[in-house]
Ligand binder design. Sequence first.
Ligand code: CA
Length: 224
Amino acid sequence: MKILIVEDEKKMASFLERGLKEEGFVVDIAPDGEKGLEYSVINEYDLLILDWMLPRMSGIELCHCLRKQKKQVPILMLTAKDSVEDKIKGLDEGADDYLTKPFSFEELLARVRALLRRPPHLKDKTILQCAKLKLDLIKRQAWAGPQEVSLSQKEFALLEYLMRHAGEVVSRTAIAEHVWDLHFDPMSNTIDVYINFLRKKINEKEAGTKIETVRGTGYRLVSQ
Ligand code: CA
């Protein structure tokens, strides 16, 4: 799952980035509100974490803009402001939850998980299935038939992306964008290496699926 953090304090941003990556999330960072808006319009995120006080455009304004454009993505606001009116304002503008700084990473994680579980538009997406290959996005488990498959975080994220687009050809660029962060070079052979890890780990017969290479374009997960 992919999360955008919009935060101007570098220390806070990298603290969040590191923690969330360790939990297996793909993380992008935007340093101000305008960039945050730009990224969230171009890319598809499963969750946004917005700081309230941001240069160029505040977290609240960003939230307001996205909701006006009918973007349904769950939003968690981070704020040093802890007055009741501020919290109400945040929720009124379309934030789904808020957390007052300073907070513990464990609490943030619990809220992130709750938000990813909650929204109806994501409910049908928390378990992905293709033939007998199953992926539980909340428990972060994978099965090929009755066999549980142990995947690294990157492998999991890559498989998740392929499964969300099962039957379609996904380009290397699209994979790079969704599974790695903005600074990743799609032309490196990292993607091929991870595809091969998946092919080795997932028994095609048990799963009833196969990852095909589409020459010059990318990959396709098919059921067989
Ligand atoms: Ca700030």
